[in-house]
Design a protein around this ligand. Sequence first.
Ligand code: TYD
Ligand code: MG
Length: 453
Amino acid sequence: MAKAPKVRYLCSECGVSHPKWVGQCTDCGAWNTLQEEAAPDTGAGRFAGYAGDALTRSVRCLSEVAPQQTQRIATGLGELDRVLGGGLVPGSVTLIGGDPGIGKSTLLIQAMALLAEQMPVLYVSGEESAEQISLRAQRLGLPGEKIQLLTETQVERIIDLARCHGPRALVLDSIQTFHAGDLQSAPGSVTQVRESAARLVRFAKQTGTSLFLVGHVTKEGALAGPRVLEHMVDTVLYFEGESGSPFRLVRAIKNRFGAVNELGVFAMTDKGLREVSNPSAIFLSLHEEQVPGSAILVTREGTRPLLVEVQALVDQSPLGNPRRVALGLEQNRLSMLLAVLHRHGGIGMYDQDVFLNVVGGVRVTEPAADLAVLLAVLSSFRDQPLHGDLVTLGEVGLAGEIRPVPSGQERLREAAKHGFRRAIVPAANAPRKPVEGLEVIPVRRLSEAIDAC
Ligand code: TYD
Ligand code: MG
């Protein structure tokens, strides 16, 4: 009697394999994510060579290993180089995720056109036809002579062709459309995505080719396919942006070759993505005159100080449980700050709805925003605008103290550069040498900060 083919169930969230179908993944706890797959042969040697050749695998003392100077290749797109940590590293694998239509393919074809001037590049598309890509390149005014194009979805064939043509940079758009010929499951399934990516990563590492993988995102905004994809690659970049706004933010979530949370800012125009080299300007909503409830904050994204505007609206609440809504900031932190304001500033908001927003769709995750949040809330509550040339930074502690933030000096210089004249800063951040054109008001306690404005 013929044996029934073996099946297993893979979680599409975390990629863990289960022998039986269950409603909830026992590993990551996600519901209804298990998908049936044909169990692969557990033949030996499937992953042989993944960690490099035998020579590099011998045991050595750490001090004997000479660190390799990672040389970097400038892509010609300064903002992309910035999120990559200062340029493209040969042999690195970069995963770019983002909503459909946000500009992933546009960014990569632009970057490839620039890179093609220095080295051979190959753009593999499993999604669009060669004619579509050519049309886009033409519309963007990109020279097409040096970009090699391939429309193919089978990974082995792609790798064979890449070996043959020897590109130094390789784009795969998108990883969900590729499949390994020897696996049964459909393209886009967990096994296919994971296995295709593993083979491509191996190829990139063996040949020193820089690889870009485009990834789709799910409804929840996470990269579709198993999380293992994020572990396999060196760098994970996310495309963010609001529909209706031309601005596109590229954020490094993981980077083995640079700082995380580094931000690249682009604007989508009819000529493709344009770099925005002075992003502070777009995150300030330039009011004709000062309005209540607005405070300017100097935050830091990766290695770059950035001026953003925090807006608050405080309004009498008709509800027993007043609302606390924070967009671009953490909601729990807002509740905590309001409690500090009550306890240490003597100003209660228990009968007020508080709405908070960061202009321009940026997300601020660092506590340095605390003081700006409280000043914006207070300004709206009292219906008194803050000075138009005032910036703030500082973390607010539960004891009502104002705590210092990293790189205070650099942030103050950025504020002065944009024409701000006054800054309320934590006392520990007060610069020893005065910053030209900026009056610094050091504060130790929340009450001092409230008095200062
Ligand atoms: P695309 O790069 O195809 O998105 P993704 O690969 O992330 O799915 O971007 C397509 C969108 O960008 C589309 O909605 C139109 C817009 N766009 C422009 O506004 N200007 C341009 O020059 C190009 C090429 C696209
Ligand atoms: Mg695309």
